[in-house]
Design a protein around this ligand. Structure first.
Ligand SMILES: C[S@@+](CC[C@H](N)C(=O)[O-])C[C@H]1O[C@@H](n2cnc3c(N)ncnc32)[C@H](O)[C@@H]1O
Length: 332
């Protein structure tokens, strides 16, 4: 199965049981050692008996100068427990104080929320299917965090504003394979780390060399947003002062000193930036034509003549193509 259809299938089945490998935790955490000194870490979607987050922080507890480590186990059906570790036996990952929870360890429960409020940093791989609830809860708690998530979730209306407003950004690495309960590995595309911990990478400007004035045809203007389209982040022209649409992968290179995030070409979060509404419209696909409204949900590019590739859209005899949501940015 393709990587992204794996993720879609997991979401559909609400199958959140895949686990982060220790090597992937290590690869990312290596960049944050100083920020953890003196801190209490909470892993709030982690069975400590098998979580590599628990394992990593336990094994490196003294070296990182941690003050505490707390992990809550989740069970959909039954009450579970939390495990806390405050040092003394780092190499024995079973060492810890076990306390029964009154509920099932759901991160939304009052007792788990209390643990969130008491900790300093949350680090975990939460259930991707609950990202719309998990991430706002975390950001609004004003705690520091470092979590894995799917890049596509940045287009969600519940999540995009946090990136736009610099309350959350992308970390360094990209875990590619996750452990399944049967011990096999499953590949997932587009998994990144989201964090609000200040990291050096975030302040490194993206090196750019292209000029709009050298090749304006490379940057078609959207018909319904006041912006041009840059196909890749590295294609952003150094001499264009207006708003530019870039793929969401731009966030892996985003430096807030270099760019301002203005919005996104997706409704409803980007609706106020649209300059035009199309009505009526016809979608052309290989299978035939249908009346739709979805051209209004995306950035449209007017093309001369009939496009070669499906799908495309027709409004009053004019033809348009669209792309996956574009993040709208402006140079500072
Ligand atoms: C993608 S797995 C990752 C597990 C672990 N953090 C790791 O990386 O190895 C997400 C975990 O969240 C747990 N989970 C699902 N719903 C939850 C909820 N509402 N509250 C807390 N944990 C939940 C699942 O049981 C699952 O083990």
């Amino acid at each position: 199965m393709a990587k992204n259809s794996n993720l879609a299938a997991a979401r559909k089945a609400q199958n959140n049981e895949f686990y982060t490998q220790l090597a992937d935790v290590e690869k990312e955490l290596i960049y944050y050692t100083e920020q953890f000194c003196g801190k209490v870490v909470l892993c709030n979607c982690d069975d400590p008996a098998q979580s590599n987050f628990w394992r990593y922080f336990h094994l490196n507890f003294t070296q990182m100068g941690l003050r505490g480590l707390v992990s809550t186990h989740y069970d959909a059906e039954e009450p579970t427990y939390k495990l806390e570790y405050y040092g003394g036996d780092d190499a024995n990952v079973e060492a810890g104080i076990r306390t029964e929870l009154t509920g099932n360890g759901d991160f939304r429960s009052p007792e788990c929320y209390d643990l969130l409020i008491q900790c300093n940093i949350v680090v975990t791989n939460p259930p991707f299917s609950l990202a719309r609830e998990y991430i706002p809860l975390l950001v609004n708690s004003e705690k520091q965090f470092l979590i894995t998530n799917n890049l596509n979730s940045v287009t969600y209306k519940e999540i995009f504003p946090f990136f736009r407003d610099n309350k959350m950004w992308v970390g360094y690495t990209s875990p590619k394979r996750f452990l399944c309960p049967d011990g096999t590995l499953k590949a997932f595309g587009n998994v990144l780390w989201f964090t609000n911990i200040d990291i050096e990478k975030r302040h490194e400007p993206l090196p750019l060399s292209r000029r709009f004035s050298d090749n304006p045809e490379m940057y078609p203007r959207f018909d319904n947003y006041d912006a041009i389209n840059a196909k890749k982040a590295v294609d952003i022209p150094i001499d264009y002062p207006g708003v530019m649409g870039v793929p969401i992968s731009f966030l892996t290179r985003y430096c807030p000193e270099q760019f301002e995030i203005v919005g996104i070409t997706k409704t409803p979060i980007g609706s106020h930036l649209r300059t035009k509404i199309y009505d009526p419209q016809i979608q052309h696909r290989a299978a035939g034509c249908t009346k739709v409204t979805k051209l209004n949900d995306a950035a449209a590019i007017l093309v001369p003549g009939v496009p070669e590739k499906y799908p495309f859209y027709e409004v009053d005899g004019r033809f348009y193509t669209t792309s996956y949501p574009r993040i709208l940015v402006r140079r500072k």
